[in-house]
Design a protein around this ligand. Structure first.
Ligand SMILES: Cc1cc2nc3c(=O)[nH]c(=O)nc-3n(C[C@H](O)[C@H](O)[C@H](O)COP(=O)(O)OP(=O)(O)OC[C@H]3O[C@@H](n4cnc5c(N)ncnc54)[C@H](O)[C@@H]3O)c2cc1C
Length: 564
């Protein structure tokens, strides 16, 4: 481990393992360091269509077949049945009111379902991170990455001629020299401390805390509330969001019967909890007591691990890249689990970094500060955008109608981005460089800021629900604003907040994508994903790799065994 390495990646979450693997496939000499061992628990489980799109592009470009297989629930189950996951057909939202009893008619009225896929086979998945991250680190070693676990990186010094890294394993400390370091260490952000990168948290408006665990025995919505009108998919096979006065709760059901759930609380919500509710268990119980409609599903559920809590979950730095170093998104910034942005954003960044290295690999080999500027600038704009979108959603939780309207901005933005990236064959610049969550889009870029301003006028920042006329005016403004990007038939009162994937609407709105009707119809099969062999020209362009040469020799370490 102590020789000089080209690239050291710190942290083997899925993002660290994937970037390490992408670089190994390109022929870089990569050392991946992890302070823990796999399998291990990690939070951040609900994936989205944009995440799948990145996985498919990574699969095509670098020949990573498993990424293609994991990008749709049906392919995942067929090809990787032991990597546990949950079926996610869309986003389900309910508004609960304190002390409302089960069977309350308002729950059916304050219900929003937005399908992300038309069938189970090509649906998204919740990632059981213990399994998924373990899978990706195994694949990284197979691709030639030198992976070492139980190694905590403690120091890094960036000099003109390289990076000096200090690490510790048990009682031993040692030094590694590298040409370049990638910080994939998540919110610990070890480089932030080493380089004294100032915090940028002041820019982040969203404030929330969390109480969470995994549970067995959570009842289905269909058991608890059998009176709902049928939706576009079964309510539970989704990222389920329970909106409450104090914030919201997520509930993600895995296929093996375990559910990941957590209350995400606004500062007002946290302050309203009884002062004696200090532990995570106390807070959990106190919230279930206030919301019998949630307790009906969770009352008999058993946590499979201790309940956990974290105070403010947001973090943000002011730099994401420099000479000989770069941060992955989760090391740089995190806003909130709302709208499940983390996995998709991280994968987009893996793609961009892969491209940045590719661009220089024949010559200088390593991207310099100027090469990484677009990456850094994009991440900063995107972190702001995620924050505005989520902050607006928290503001809109004052009333379900406001929330349902605000959510349309998110869904219009991501559905347009997905369809455009799948159908419109812009190869230059690479679609990975298109802005996440509408950044740089002439319609969507400004919407989260404008909607937050409007919402604050209604709520006064005090959670007021505004008048009926104000709420209707907000919903009409959203409907008009998203119209040029509304390929999914959103914000349509006749849908009663139940949105299927409607291909007829998509075909009718072909002009929004700048396509003729026939052209769009011909593209529809691409919604199922593009198998990597169809894009073989790209994978082959990478050429013979150092990874394949290294693979001829014995593997260097046993992943997950805890052995070096
Ligand atoms: C409460 C919460 C809920 C979330 N929910 C969602 C969601 O539903 N959907 C979604 O898309 N995203 C969600 N996210 C975001 C998601 O968790 C992240 O995007 C994702 O975990 C990023 O993965 P990663 O591989 O970059 O980092 P991580 O998963 O954080 O992995 C970092 C790794 O680095 C290792 N490490 C740390 N320090 C060191 C060191 N000094 N030396 C060696 N190794 C080190 C750690 O052990 C860990 O294995 C959520 C985040 C939070 C906080």
């Amino acid at each position: 481990m102590t020789g000089r390495r080209e690239v050291v990646v710190v942290g083997s979450g899925f993002a660290g393992s994937l970037i390490a693997r992408v670089l190994a496939v390109q022929g870089y000499d990569v050392l991946l360091l992890e302070r823990g061992t796999h399998p291990r628990f990690a939070i951040g489980e609900s994936s989205t269509p944009l995440a799948n799109l990145s996985l498919e592009r990574l699969a095509a470009r670098y020949g990573l077949r498993d990424c293609y297989e994991l990008a749709a629930h049906g392919r995942w189950v067929e090809n990787h049945p032991t990597v546990r996951r949950g079926l996610k057909r869309g986003f389900t939202f309910y508004r609960h009111h304190p002390r409302a009893i089960a069977g309350d008619a308002r729950l059916a009225e304050e219900r929003l379902l937005v399908a992300a896929s038309p069938t189970d086979h090509i649906a998204d998945s919740h990632w059981l991170r213990a399994d998924v991250d373990h899978h990706f680190v195994r694949q990284a070693t197979d691709a030639g990455v030198d992976y070492r676990d139980r190694v905590e990186v403690t120091e890094a010094r960036i000099a003109d001629d390289g990076v000096e890294i200090r690490a510790r394993r048990d009682a031993a400390t040692f030094e590694i020299r590298a040409d370049f370091v990638i910080d994939a260490s998540g919110p610990g952000g070890f480089l932030a401390r080493q380089l004294s990168i100032p915090s940028g948290l002041g820019r982040t408006r969203t404030r929330s805390s969390i109480v969470f665990s995994h549970f067995e025995g959570v009842r289905l919505a269909s058991e608890v509330e059998p009176h709902f009108p049928p939706g576009p998919y079964p309510d539970d096979w989704a990222a389920v969001h329970h909106l409450i006065d104090e914030g919201w709760m997520y509930s993600l059901r895995f296929d093996h019967g375990v559910t990941s759930a957590g209350f995400v609380l606004s500062p007002r919500g946290t302050a309203s909890l009884p002062p004696e509710a200090r532990t995570a268990d106390d807070k959990w119980r106190s919230l279930l007591e206030r919301y019998p409609t949630i307790a009906a599903a969770f009352g008999d559920a058993r946590p499979t691990m201790p309940m956990m809590q974290r105070d403010r979950i947001q973090h943000r730095l002011t730099r994401a890249a420099g000479k000989r170093w770069v941060l992955l998104p989760h090391a740089y910034a995190f806003v909130d689990p709302l709208f499940s942005t983390g996995i998709a954003w991280s994968l987009r960044a893996v793609e961009r970094l892969g491209l940045s290295f590719e661009a220089v690999r024949g010559a200088r080999r390593l991207p310099d500060e100027a090469d990484l500027q677009p990456y850094e600038q994009m991440l900063a704009r995107e972190a702001d955008q995620i924050d505005r979108m989520v902050a607006g959603a928290y503001e809109s939780m004052a009333h379900f109608d406001l929330f349902a309207a605000q959510a349309m901005i998110y869904f219009a933005t991501v559905s347009y981005a997905e369809v455009r990236q799948r159908f419109v064959a812009d190869r230059e610049p690479h679609p990975a460089w298109s802005g996440f969550l509408g950044v740089g889009d002439e319609v969507c870029d400004s919407l989260p800021r404008a909607s937050l301003r409007r919402l604050l006028r209604i709520t006064r920042g005090e959670g007021r629900e505004g008048s009926r006329a104000e709420r209707d005016a907000f919903a009409s403004w959203v409907q008009r604003s998203i119209a040029p990007r509304n390929v999914a038939g959103l914000a349509d009162a006749s849908r009663h907040n139940l949105y299927p994937v409607d291909l007829d609407v998509l075909v009718d709105r072909h002009a929004l994508l700048g396509m003729a009707r026939d052209q769009l119809v011909a593209c529809l099969p691409a919604l199922r994903g593009v198998a990597p062999e169809r894009d073989r020209s790209i994978a082959l362009a990478i050429g013979p790799t150092m990874a394949s040469a290294r693979n001829a020799g014995p593997t260097l370490n046993a992943v997950g065994s805890g052995q070096p």
